[in-house]
Design a protein around this ligand. Structure first.
Ligand code: ZN
Length: 281
């Protein structure tokens, strides 16, 4: 074989072969939102994306920790980007090839409470949505929720709606239309909720099911609304005092019953909400 060399002294055949090999790896083009970005080594980062076409994927961003890195702010959490990555199909880790900002959600970044809420949304998606399963609805839910987060002042209804909708998308839809035991849909003033039976329990059935939480019957109307309402219209709904706390506790414990652990970002949004309430008082 003739040992051709190029100007850098590299054997040409070796270069052509390695380029061909590289080209055999499929390139994936899609819109994505950055869920999280962590340091992988002295120079690289590991970035988790919720993509529009391929579901949740993880990519190594080579040299992303260098001062003049080519990815810049595009791999910051919450960024909505146009993404190109490559790797063998069905592998768990890909290589980031190119990323362009579509929307940076700057209005969220300028507000501490909104940043924590956005990070909480991302962490919840990262926890409940499995990798490598195309899920355009989960992508759309995150995108719509971040767009709404940019413009609304009251984050409670938006946060509860996001949690409820994501639980339904992840396959944990709560049964709210009738009692999980007797199937009746008429209630007295109090109803229960059983995490084990994933639904409401009427008063006469409470002795059988031992529901973990008791709710006012009026709370149910708001829970049903959260399941179906357009996430972009959450600013049109306001929870009455008292019901607000019941809804928050129910959904939070419902999520915990599946995740089995508290999310890291949850204490931050709780303490930010408490600061906000004390200022109002
Ligand atoms: Zn019943």
């Amino acid at each position: 074989m003739v040992a051709w060399v190029d100007l850098q002294g590299e054997p040409i055949l070796k270069n052509i072969y390695s380029n061909l090999k590289k080209n055999q790896m499929p390139l994936f083009h899609t819109e994505a939102i950055v869920l999280r970005s962590i340091n992988l080594s002295e120079s690289d980062k590991l970035v988790t994306f919720m993509t529009k076409r391929y579901g949740k994927v993880k990519c190594v961003a080579k040299a992303a920790r260098k001062i003049k890195n080519r990815f810049g702010a595009t791999i910051e959490p919450l960024s909505h980007i146009q993404l190109i990555y490559f790797g063998k199909e069905n592998q768990t880790l890909y290589r980031l090839n190119h990323s362009d900002i579509i929307h940076s959600f700057q209005d969220i970044r300028d507000d501490l409470q909104k940043i924590y809420t956005g990070i909480y949304f991302s962490e919840l998606i990262d926890t409940l949505i499995p990798e490598m399963h195309p899920d355009p609805n989960a992508f759309r839910l995150l995108q719509d929720s971040l767009k709404t987060l940019e413009v609304v002042a009251n984050l409670d209804v938006l946060s509860r709606a996001f949690e409820m909708r994501l639980m339904c998308l992840a396959g944990y839809t709560p049964q709210l239309s009738h009692c999980a035991i007797c199937k009746k849909s008429e209630y007295t003033t109090k109803i229960g909720f059983s995490f084990e039976r994933r639904g409401i329990i009427c008063e006469p059935c409470a002795f059988q099911a031992q529901p973990e939480i008791r709710l006012q019957a009026g709370t149910l109307k708001y829970l049903k609304k959260l399941k179906t309402m357009d996430i972009k219209h959450t600013n049109r709904l306001k929870f009455p005092k008292g019901i607000e706390l019941e809804i928050e506790q129910l959904i939070h414990r419902f999520i915990l019953s599946y995740t089995g652990r508290e999310l890291k970002s949850y204490p931050f949004i709780k303490s930010m909400a408490e600061i906000d309430t004390s200022i109002e008082l």
